[in-house]
Design a protein around this ligand. Structure first.
Ligand code: VGL
Ligand code: ZN
Length: 197
């Protein structure tokens, strides 16, 4: 059984959004088309409370894209984005969100960011996705979405580490690419046995 896992295709990650990923909207039609080819469709939604600890605005004197040390390790500080219930947190308007079996929200813990669909950034607090997939008998994951080098890569790496067969369709992803983060994410995914297609 194969699931399509669509990572964070939300307005704030598309042009004019708070954390726009270049070309973010260009992948939506292709993602919609893939939905018919899999056994299950799962969408993730970045879903932060106002004042989230990953926002630069929550750290006086800090600017977006600086890196700070958090109890769980280094954390990039982001512009405020994907605030629960806001317009920017909505899925891109043309994404066929009604076809989703599951919508998984993440990043709701005020103190910990959550790039991965499986674990928060402490790498141990689970989101519940692993149990959902296993109880449905899903063993193969096709991953697409935003951003390649953050939420897609973290999700792919965790999925591979948990024993799922993971393929990332790079043509249906777009990257932020901060200081070589895309090259690094691709190398890590390859090492972990993720298929980059
Ligand atoms: C993401 C930065 C902050 C992502 C989410 O979806 O890749 N990146 N929050
Ligand atoms: Zn976020």
């Amino acid at each position: 059984m194969q699931a399509l896992v669509v990572i964070d295709v939300q307005k704030d990650f598309c042009p004019e959004g708070a954390l726009a990923v270049p070309g973010g909207e260009a992948i939506v039609q292709g993602i919609n088309s893939l939905m018919a080819e899999v056994d299950a469709v799962i969408l993730t939604q970045d879903w932060h409370p106002a004042g989230h600890s990953s926002f630069a605005s929550s750290h006086p004197g800090r600017a977006p894209y600086e890196v700070i040390e958090m109890p769980y390790g280094p954390q990039v500080l982001w512009p405020d984005h994907c605030i629960q219930g806001s317009l920017g947190a909505q899925f891109h308007g043309t994404l066929q969100a009604e076809r989703a079996d599951l919508i998984l929200r993440k990043g709701y813990n005020p103190a910990i960011d959550s790039y991965s669909a499986f674990f928060e950034n402490d790498h141990e607090t689970p989101t519940g996705l692993e149990g959902y997939l296993r109880s449905r008998g899903i063993d193969r994951l096709l991953m697409v979405g935003l951003a390649t080098d953050f939420c897609v890569a973290y999700s792919a790496l965790d999925g591979a580490r948990l024993g799922f067969d993971v393929e990332v369709r790079e043509d249906l992803c777009r990257a932020i690419d901060l200081d070589g983060s895309l090259a690094q994410a691709r190398a890590h995914m390859r090492e972990a046995g993720v298929v980059l297609a």
